[in-house]
Design a protein around this ligand. Sequence first.
Ligand code: AGP
Length: 607
Amino acid sequence: MCGIIGYTGKKEAGRIMLDALELLEYRGYDSAGIALSDENGGRTRVAKCAGRVKDLRSLCAEKDVSGHCGIGHTRWATHGGVCDSNAHPHQFGAVTVIHNGIIENYRELIEKYELDGKLLSQTDSEVAAAVLSRFYQGDPYAAIRKTVLKLRGTFAFAVLFEDIPGKIFAVRNVSPIVAASTEDGAILASDVAAIVPFTTQYFVVPELHVVCLSGDGIEMYDLSGDRAQIEWMTVDWDITRSDKGGYPFYMEKEIMEQPRVIEETVRPRVKDGRPDFSAEGIGDDVLVSCRRICVIACGTAMHAGLVGKSLIQAIIGIHVDVVMASEFMYNDPVVDENTLVIAISQSGETIDTLEALKFARKCGSPSISIVNVKGASIARASEHVIYTHAGPEIAVASTKAYTTQLAVLYLLAARMAIARNLWDEEQTERYMSELLRVPDVMEEVLARKEEIHHIADTILNARDVFMIGRGLDYSILLEGSLKLKEVSYIHSEAYASGELKHGTIALITSQTPVIAVVTQEKLKSKELSNIKEVQSRGAKVILLIKGKEVLEQEKIWSRIFRLPVMEDEFMVMPASIVLQLIAYFVSLDKGLDVDKPRNLAKVVTVE
Ligand code: AGP
């Protein structure tokens, strides 16, 4: 978590950093700060405060933040509460530091370097600044090398040394840093979103390499002091896609973009009516040889994995585990060369997923990652990568990343079926034409946005909401429930409807709205019976159901939404959009900060 920016060049660094921090704010928004190098080698100037970047902007309006070289930070608090003194940058002696990550041995370092009583904050980051300051005797590379060797944990640091004006030094371990040359200088950031306004050419700073940015360009050295080659990459995100496009919040804009980004994710991977991953270098051998699949992911990405599991088990008939990446390592995972590991991550930086993937690779598992951000750590750590073409997802609540992850899983399942000779021409044609129809069906649902808004009104004042369904319906409700929780702060639980009577039904009263999803023909009669059970306990039920069939209980639904008809396995796509919009409208109508829910950050780079 935490957003990092650094700029040196001919332009005003303060303005550039504040704008960039706004783009990075989704990584954390507990506090923000900038530091500007003094061109005459005087004291580095710092402006920082608890709160959002807009608060920092107001603070900067009262301060001298002129200068052409600076670093900036937006924080998601880990060590130390949310207050001005814990905001970054941290200054110690001649060094000024911003940090993303966690220094696990910070207590030992405080003791070893007798820092007790000398620190102004409760952060682990200031401890690293103090150690760096102690080692700094005029050679920044040597000081950074020595410091890094004393640290345990994850870090991305950007550093200003008072007596080296105009230069920014940076180093990282696990936590990401990307850097780029601009037309008049150089820039670095925790992720590409902040550098896209300047250039499309960038590189990912390799772990444990020190980069130095100056007005003349960028130099990079490894920890032995040898000059290292920079591997440039091109970002293909369109900058105009990073604004709100007239919508009040990114979440709405991103929900509305889904038909287009699904199209952009699927179309290029369909050749002669069949899914094709040759551009990704994924041959059929990888898909044929595995005996089981293990999906590792967190949050929404894990929910996408659950849909993938149902698809692959149903179509291919091999066992698929979906493991919460944060739990993977603690359950003695059984993965080997016969287990295809699929890591799913929008950001490609979620540390739990990254660590789980690295572990699986050490066990000999072949791996494919499904990632949205090009060149991200998870993409680089896996053998193969399939990029979702969702474009920048800025809202903390993931929407379009989820459905593009699903789209890739639909393609993968089909490629596997073909590679294993499980399908004839007709089956392939039927499945693929349904997949290609998804964008149009999504458009149909989006056109009924106001109808969904009325549905959202019915749960606006609820304290608890239950969501019930079976099979695939249950999987998508897990995601729908997460969405509602994170943006509306309403407690909600997705429950497999057959499981309710084993305890949870005790919580159902007339005050507990229940959202039920019924899209799977083979489960319909059981699902409808389970719905009757909660209705009998007084619950008002909002029903999302496939098609137009007249139902026995027609009159007693609190609200009913008829989903457009697709083959059962594809109903996840239209149903997900309804659930996303319900969560969005509840948050909007409650007057909450939809894009930046409390306590959260978009990218989770701490374990
Ligand atoms: C989604 O709405 C969440 N904010 C969160 O669960 C997210 O999906 C999770 O942190 C995983 O992130 P990733 O896809 O970037 O790995």
